[in-house]
Unconditional design. Structure first.
Length: 79
């Protein structure tokens, strides 16, 4: 029973070197990305882009206002 897990392991083929593994990874990644992934439509892509830009602007304004407040607060404390 101790060797049953080892018996089920696939045997390493000869010539299955590092470059073959890298090439197989690239091929499998391409196939999965190209054919097995769900891609958004152009309308969805535009909508998502608008949402991301809006979120970046809102967070940027919030960070800028917080930075301005803290700068003035620390300057007030330093007087």
């Amino acid at each position: 029973m101790a060797n049953s897990a080892a018996a089920k392991m696939p045997q390493k083929a000869k010539g299955d070197g590092i470059f073959a593994k890298i090439w197989r990874f690239i091929r499998e990644s391409y196939v999965e990305t190209r054919y097995k992934s769900a891609w958004p439509t152009w309308t969805e892509l535009r909508q998502f882009t608008v949402v991301v830009i809006f979120a970046v602007v809102v967070v940027g304004l919030w960070m800028a206002s917080l930075d301005l407040f803290l700068a003035r607060f620390t300057a007030y404390l330093g007087r």
